[in-house]
Write a protein that binds this ligand. Structure first.
Ligand SMILES: NC(=O)c1ccc[n+]([C@@H]2O[C@H](COP(=O)([O-])OP(=O)(O)OC[C@H]3O[C@@H](n4cnc5c(N)ncnc54)[C@H](O)[C@@H]3O)[C@@H](O)[C@H]2O)c1
Length: 365
């Protein structure tokens, strides 16, 4: 309500300035520039408010990753309304209330509510992020989670769809490639509305290890990881990685590059070993980058897990490839023109993920 009131005031102010600008135009050039300046000051805020005023996001799973995504979304005011849902009594309500108590401190206006398994509260969501399920413990692979998480993710996706038929789904729960495939099949949604998040995180870990080897800023690097989101299925594309357009292969020897790629691939397992459970800060902010690109229609290229229909030589599988992400979900797959060796790794990765997808047939989901 407060947001709508502010928006109305801003609109009124904006159009008054516009009116005065045209009225004065012929008579007083100085006043005219003054009004123009006022418009320019307020236009960005007005644009921002208008764009996100009615957006609603639901995050399912109020655990470590879910709460971090929600926190990031609220801080950036990417939507007007944010619902956190969890099966554990009171958890989502408690975390939502805790986050709302940062609102005046941090100055954001997103309204966050929590719900214990009441899907009616999620109705009309534009974007739904699914993080529900168990995380891995030290020594476990992401694939070990399939038996528990498949049933959870399928049930959640079906419940969400009943109340938000137009939502774009962002899947985080592991094993993410198979959970994305499962969501697509279980919901029958158009392919562009189901996006698995894994490549954004793996690419950020790739940049982290590259920056350590190069002693450079992560922000000067361009580096992506494609393929499956698993310790043995992800493919850090070292050949295409650059530091300010300079290929990193010009700067690091082959041995070091190989170590960077190997560290990247077990980046998640390294953290699980240290923390005792799955990481959440980088996963949460990587998920944010996908949600932000959708809600702001940024058209960013983010490696994400999407349905392939012949692209990269694979079909009937969800796997990580660079895609353009905007208001329609994933909008286009970018062809990186893999060399023979990279394509062979991609095919091997697809084979492993396909094997995992087949496990779904043996589960009662
Ligand atoms: N894709 C990625 O890059 C990535 C990165 C990190 C973690 N993950 C995965 O994300 C998932 C969540 O990780 P986490 O660390 O937040 O775990 P967590 O245990 O902290 O949180 C999971 C939450 O899901 C809830 N939940 C379980 N079943 C539910 C259901 N049916 N409905 C609603 N909520 C339900 C639990 O109560 C719990 O609060 C795990 O599967 C983990 O492996 C993926």
């Amino acid at each position: 309500m407060y947001n709508i009131f502010c928006l109305a005031i801003r609109m009124f102010y904006f159009f008054c300035c516009l009116y005065l600008l045209f009225k004065e135009f012929k008579q007083n050039l100085l006043a005219c520039t003054y009004y123009l300046r006022l418009i320019l000051i307020f236009a960005p805020k007005f644009y921002h408010q208008t764009k996100n005023i009615k957006m609603k996001v639901t995050v399912v799973g109020a655990g470590a990753v879910g709460a971090t995504v929600a926190d990031n979304i609220a801080r950036k005011e990417l939507c007007h309304e944010l619902v956190l849902l969890d099966i554990k009594e009171g958890l989502a309500e408690g975390k939502a209330m805790d986050m709302m108590q940062m609102s005046s401190v941090l100055g954001f206006d997103t309204k966050i509510t929590g719900s214990t398994n009441d899907y009616s509260k999620t109705a009309g969501s534009d974007v739904v992020v699914i993080t529900s399920g168990i995380p891995r413990k030290p020594g476990m692979s992401r694939e070990d989670l399939i038996g528990t998480n498949a049933g959870i993710v399928k049930g959640v996706a079906e419940n969400i769809l009943q109340h938000s038929p137009d939502a774009i789904f962002v899947i985080i729960s592991n094993p993410m490639d198979t959970m994305t495939y499962l969501t697509l099949k279980a919901t029958g949604l158009p392919k562009n509305r189901v996006i698995g998040m894994g490549g954004a995180l793996d690419s950020s870990r790739f940049k982290f290890y590259l920056s350590k080897a190069l002693n450079c800023s992560q922000n000067d690097l361009n580096a992506v990881v494609i393929g499956g989101h698993g310790d043995t299925t992800m493919i850090p594309l070292t050949r295409l990685a650059t530091l300010n357009s300079n290929p990193v292969s010009n700067l690091l020897d082959a041995e070091t590059l190989k170590k960077v790629a190997a560290d990247t691939m077990v980046g998640g397992a390294t953290l699980t070993g240290l923390i005792g459970t799955s990481a959440w800060y980088a996963p949460g902010s990587s998920a944010l980058s996908v949600v932000e690109s959708i809600l702001r229609d940024e058209k960013k290229v983010i490696t994400s897990c999407v349905l392939l229909e012949g692209e990269y030589g694979q079909s009937d599988i969800c796997l990580g490839v660079p895609v353009v992400i905007g208001k329609n979900g994933w909008e286009k797959i970018i062809d990186y023109k893999l060399n023979e060796e990279e394509q062979a790794s991609f095919n091997k990765s697809a084979e492993a993920v396909r094997g995992m997808n087949e496990v779904l047939n043996t589960l009662a989901v």
